[in-house]
Write a protein that binds this ligand. Sequence first.
Ligand SMILES: NC(=O)c1ccc[n+]([C@@H]2O[C@H](COP(=O)([O-])OP(=O)(O)OC[C@H]3O[C@@H](n4cnc5c(N)ncnc54)[C@H](O)[C@@H]3O)[C@@H](O)[C@H]2O)c1
Length: 219
Amino acid sequence: MTPLGIGIVGTGNIAGGYARDALTHPEIRLIAATDLDPVRLAAFAESHAVRGHPSLDDLLADDHVDIVVNLTVHHAHYEVTKRALDAGRHVYSEKPLALRTEEARELAELAVARGLRLGCSPSTFLGEAQQTSAGLIRSGRLGTVRAVYSEVNWGRIETWHPAPAPFFEVGVRYWSLRVGIRSRWTEAFDGSRVRLPCRSRNSCACDDSGARDVAPCPQ
Ligand SMILES: NC(=O)c1ccc[n+]([C@@H]2O[C@H](COP(=O)([O-])OP(=O)(O)OC[C@H]3O[C@@H](n4cnc5c(N)ncnc54)[C@H](O)[C@@H]3O)[C@@H](O)[C@H]2O)c1
């Protein structure tokens, strides 16, 4: 069996884990990567012994890349996945597939039209807890659900994550779960506020006691 070649787009924090996991699957082989940040790309390419392509176009011109793994930031998911599908590559993307429903639908339709596989990190919607909840609601075991409450409370992720920007936009994931379950809620509500306006790990001395009294970070 010839392993399928993987090309990673976006060699950030999560890419190392993907590279290590790929080693445990003999049917795939990580062979290439690209990133907008050449320094990051070079370090990744060297430590995982893969080709570092200077651009997405170069990676897509690499005949050995069968599957593109899209590990870019949320805002780039749609464009990178679309270009990869247009170039005839199967794609596995980190979540979310796209930022707009119509874009996600377009990608799914494009993959079908071209006979390509399109997968997306499923933990938001296809995870065990989410599917168990959805099954209970759909089966009617919970009766009529009259209110739904969700809360994202990840604390100060910037105190331990080296580049936490993608995690500042996670609230939408819980909304998408509700929409995805497609039940008729009587009411859905969220409480949302910016508790800590200063969200920089290294450049600001915010304290944890309450952001209202802390001046916004100058950057
Ligand atoms: N890090 C985690 O623990 C984690 C866990 C689950 C999911 N994710 C998801 O994985 C994705 C990546 O997360 P991360 O933490 O590695 O982010 P990151 O910011 O560390 O890395 C993203 C990389 O993508 C590159 N990039 C952005 N746009 C690009 C483009 N158009 N072409 C090529 N490269 C581009 C950036 O230069 C950066 O190096 C996000 O969608 C995130 O939600 C991350």
